[in-house]
Design a protein around this ligand. Structure first.
Ligand code: NAI
Length: 379
């Protein structure tokens, strides 16, 4: 049995982190399954420019449009092509609407909090709407003035000054529901006890408040027999609750063990993903996946780290943990667990890359390649 995995090497440290990570992913799988991964490289970024002249060749997009699973290293934003960001281009053109980030602590990593081990959450962040839609007009431009005039004259809005910069925050029922549906399915498939809708609906009643309401509506419409609400709990059912975003940041610090799955609009999700990752000391380790209805696209969440590229100093953990998530997704959760345990062991034994050395007392600094080899042996 073979499974095609499309992969993009990425720029900067991309090559070295992949060289460390791929053997680990293959070896963990071989220990648990007869399935073999058929790695098919797709070009993007600098490598693509060198070979084809384009940072995102049509052949890459064509393969991704029909792919089920893909993984990518970090991509720098190419200078002089007029493209804002390859990552944004990929997310938008492939409709990767759900950004999923698991957050947990690894033993041995020192953290800013006393009990990082109480954090074990998966964040589902809506990836296409909200203020990220990119509809913004600079202050005092004809466009902004026109929009303000429209608001005043047609809609009776008096609070927006003539000279304001203005942005639009679109959030739809369909967009919110498809994100919450995915989070709910994941929560149920993985035997979780609760799902929390994180919103700012007390202030933004129709956008963020809409997200909250549509989340509850979806649970009632499609998952009525397996879910319940916090107010009316039913034993054995998944509890749907909601928290106002600022309160959620407090809860994440004070009572993280009460939260397992978070479903959030785009901006809240951006903030809370990084805050939680920092809380467990793992900002540089965090894996992530962006999903459409057909494609799961795993990506190292850090950038290209140009200042250390090619020096064997990079930490390959994000891509390795992306591999673990991918193996879980294709149905080999034991191989995924093997990878996480092997990485955990390396950190607990204090053999870490230089970026983690400050967070591990008595750390022995190893290079990217050796870190990968240690994890490989721990498998
Ligand atoms: P960065 O994440 O590349 O670097 C920030 C800091 O973290 C640097 O000190 C870097 O050396 C360190 N770092 C990052 N990853 C590391 C790793 N795996 N091991 C050890 N140290 C690591 O962010 P920066 O400098 O803002 O961006 C550099 C380039 O990366 C830009 O072109 C940016 O557009 C791109 N980028 C791409 C992303 C993606 O493809 N998902 C995400 C973020 C940035």
């Amino acid at each position: 049995m073979r499974k095609t995995i499309y992969w993009i090497e990425g720029d900067g440290i991309g090559r070295e982190i992949w060289q460390a990570a791929r053997p680990i992913i293959d070896a963990a799988l071989a220990k648990e399954s007869d399935l073999k991964l058929d790695w098919q490289e797709l070009l993007a970024g600098e490598k693509a420019v060198a070979e084809t002249g384009s940072p995102l060749p049509e052949a890459t997009m064509q393969a991704l449009r029909t792919a089920e699973v893909a993984m990518k290293g970090p991509l720098g934003t190419p200078v002089g092509t007029g493209m804002r960001s390859l990552n944004v281009a990929l997310r938008q053109s492939l409709d990767l609407y759900a950004c999923i980030r698991p957050v947990r602590h690894f033993d041995g990593l020192e953290t800013p909090v006393k009990h990082p081990e109480r954090v074990d959450m998966v964040i589902f962040r809506e990836n296409t709407e909200d203020v990220y839609a990119g509809v913004e007009f600079a202050a005092k431009t004809p466009e902004a003035r026109k929009l303000v005039a429209f608001l005043r004259e047609e809609l009776g809005v008096t609070k927006v000054g003539d000279e304001a910069a203005v942005g639009i925050k679109p959030m739809t029922e369909a967009g919110s529901k498809r994100l919450v549906r995915r989070a709910l399915r994941f929560a149920l498939d993985n035997g979780k006890q609760s799902l929390t809708l994180v919103h700012k609906g007390n202030i933004m009643k129709f956008t963020e408040g809409g997200f909250r309401q549509w989340g509850y509506d979806l649970a009632a419409e499609e998952f009525a027999d397996v879910t319940c609400t916090e107010k009316e709990p039913v034993a054995g059912r998944l509890v749907i609750k909601d928290r106002i975003a600022d309160a959620m940041f407090q809860e994440a610090l004070l009572r993280p063990e009460q939260y397992q799955i978070l479903a959030t609009p785009n901006l809240n999700g951006d903030y809370i993903s990084d805050a939680l990752a920092a809380q467990v000391g793992g900002l540089g380790l965090a894996p992530g996946v962006n999903m459409s209805d057909t494609l799961a696209f795993y990506e190292a969440t850090h950038g290209t780290a140009p200042t250390i590229a090619g020096q064997d100093k990079a930490n390959p953990s994000s891509v390795i943990l992306c591999g673990a998530m991918m193996l879980e997704h294709i149905g080999v959760p034991k191989a995924a667990e093997r990878i996480r345990t092997a990485l955990s062991k390396a950190i607990a034994a204090r053999a870490v890359t230089v970026d983690l050395a400050d967070q591990v007392t008595g750390a022995r600094v190893v290079g990217c390649r050796q870190f990968g080899e240690i994890i490989g042996e721990n498998l």
